[in-house]
Design a protein around this ligand. Structure first.
Ligand SMILES: [Zn+2]
Length: 359
């Protein structure tokens, strides 16, 4: 059956525009102006993106199944205590799905690549807000519950989500209309300063993660004496924190392909390992959160302020609406871009195109 399907050609690094290059990856590049059909076909083809797509596509269905079991098995709409878990599980479905879609369709054109990854960044910042909402409800150590930091924790996390999305989108091309326009001639970040761009993107995701984890780090690493909530979930928290740091390390290090360029093009490069670690980390985080939720419920029901709509579903809706608006604003100049970046789909990609910088 697969013999009857004509898979699109793949290319080496020298045959595709610089903006599509990945450190240490030499072969397996898809055509930089692939059709949507070719992008979908590439899921079943050996390219350097195939495992990037599957390592997030399949887990998104696993988290959707977890979300549905919670929604269908528990009376969530009558029980506001479960709303943070629902929000968190929703964010766990969205970020791998957005990532797999971004990796699938990012080779349709240069502008599609940017827009795809804008959505990926928005989904990641939504996940960081989902983590904050669930931590606020179930993770805070006893002695911090209802304190000043607890009171401001979610509002700050919402603001962090906006800043994170803006920073990550900015890291690709700068600000829309100011640094790039429909001709995409003024942009300078993605091409001349790829390291700064990557650094900025790393900061955009690491700083909300560090903020979200302040109560957890305090609880498991610093707190001593009464009110530290030292329960059986602590081991699970250690495990997902360790994996989170490994995930971050893989993202920034580009290991192992940096040591042997071309050897890990299809299997085993850092972005695949980064995806797998992120999913295992999220799975452990979910288990820890659920365990804390169940074991601490009697104490939290008596001592903590009840979960509000504004502090859970309301913040989520605000975050989603604002992130979509931010993505739209950053995408507007690209949506009205000239055909310069989106020329006709030919057999041979052009490695450089002087009239379109970096493409
Ligand atoms: Zn990815």
């Amino acid at each position: 059956m697969l013999n009857l399907i004509k898979f699109p050609r793949v290319f080496t690094i020298n045959q595709v525009p610089k903006v599509f290059h990945e450190d240490g990856i030499i072969s397996g590049y898809r055509h930089p102006r692939s059709s949507a059909t070719d992008c979908i076909l590439s899921l079943f083809q050996r390219t350097n993106e195939t495992l990037n797509i599957w390592t997030h596509f399949l887990p998104s269905w696993y988290f959707l199944w977890k979300l549905l079991t919670v929604v269908l098995m528990q009376a969530v709409w009558q029980d506001s205590f479960t709303w943070p878990l629902v929000v968190f599980l929703l964010s766990c479905c969205v970020y791998p799905l957005a990532s797999s879609c971004a990796h699938t369709f990012s080779t349709m054109s240069l502008r599609a690549r940017h827009i795809c990854f804008f959505f990926d960044y928005g989904a990641l910042s939504f996940y960081s807000l989902g983590s904050a909402i669930v931590y606020s409800a179930y993770i805070f150590p006893d002695k911090w519950v209802n304190g000043l930091f607890h009171h401001w924790y979610i509002p700050i996390a919402v603001v962090n989500a906006f800043i994170s999305t803006i920073m990550a989108c900015y890291s690709r091309l700068g600000f829309p209309f100011l640094h790039y326009n429909q001709d995409v001639v003024k942009r300078f970040h993605e091409c001349p300063k790829p390291k700064f761009s990557k650094f900025l993107r790393g900061v955009a995701f690491i700083y909300p993660y560090m903020f979200d984890n302040i109560p957890l780090f305090y609880r498991v690493f610093l707190c001593v004496g009464e009110g530290c909530t030292d329960n059986e979930t602590t081991v699970l928290h250690y495990q997902h924190i360790s994996l989170a740091f490994l995930t971050g390390f893989l993202f920034v290090s580009h290991l192992p392909e940096r040591l042997a360029p071309g050897s890990f093009d299809f299997i085993g490069h850092s972005h695949q390992l980064f995806h797998v670690c992120a999913i295992v980390c999220t799975h452990l985080q979910m288990q820890a959160v659920e365990q804390d939720m169940v074991t601490r419920r009697p104490w939290l029901s008596v001592n903590s302020t009840p979960v509000t709509f504004a502090g859970s579903l309301g913040s989520t809706l605000l975050c989603v609406a604002m992130n979509l608006l931010i993505i739209l604003i950053f995408s507007l100049p690209l949506l009205s871009a000239s055909v310069c970046q989106d020329g006709k789909h030919g057999n041979e990609p052009k490695a450089s195109n002087k009239s379109c910088h970096c493409s």
